[in-house]
Design a protein around this ligand. Sequence first.
Ligand code: NDP
Length: 283
Amino acid sequence: MQILDGKALSNKIKENLKIENEKLKEKGLIPGLAVILVGEDPASQTYVNSKEKSCQAAGIYSKKITMDENISEKELLDTIKELNIDDKIHGILVQLPLPKHINSAKVLETIVPEKDVDGFHEYNVGKLVTGNETFVPCTPLGVMKMLEEYGINPTGMDACVIGRSNIVGKPMMNLLLNAGATITVCHSKTKNLKEKTLQADLLVVGIGKANMVTADMVKKGAIVIDVGINRLENGKLTGDVDFDSVASKCSYITPVPGGVGPMTIAMLLQNTVTSAKRFFETK
Ligand code: NDP
């Protein structure tokens, strides 16, 4: 069994981006990312701070906008519209979840697709489905990057994705399908889950339930990607896969922490730099 080391790969990507950004700076281009945080959810605050720190380390201009929990939807949309036309900003990210009185879909659609570095705008989702180049959601993109780094080609594989969210499961399904895998997507209504997972050469798990996937659900020699992040009562972070039992049965596995998580941020930075370069080329 080999560990897919997302931490090491993300560090390598961030280091390369830093070098690239130094060269872009000489040409007068500094990639910029705006992150909007509404409310004071502690987990969201941690994610936003970590994105800001990573931007700074990679030479990306980072603009953090914090808004009160009770702001109106219109105020948030107006802020996004200003960022849409701000030349210093090449990527706009709204940290989810948003307070209940705000329509998240409307918010995501207000970001211009050219600055939608999270890949959540329906235009970009459509381009992913049709197999065209676009901004792809960072977590599944990070998974693809890891597979590529370790020489794992999904073409012809039977892949099973557990989870059908717009940010993990569905884009993962589309990326693997575009890469030539045969896909089964499972979710909370799936019957006989184990029957499906046992067929998988590649199993991607994004459920949000600690240690739910156990060794008896995994085919011998499978590649197992654990997207889940769960905090146990003792404060420890763990994935959706029971790492200790599954590790001895599979060929490759991602740890939690240190697997998919760090790749997500690296892909966000990469998408922001790509957006800045496109902006520069079309100026
Ligand atoms: P969601 O809650 O939006 O989706 C969870 C999915 O899992 C749903 O499709 C749900 O099915 C399915 N599911 C729930 N219970 C079961 C079950 N018992 N059997 C089979 N399927 C089930 O979560 P996200 O997609 O946003 O996130 C999933 C996990 O990934 C979380 O742990 C999250 O923290 C983590 N995550 C990690 C990231 C990273 O950077 N590593 C980034 C984003 C998320 P249904 O649709 O029927 O409800």
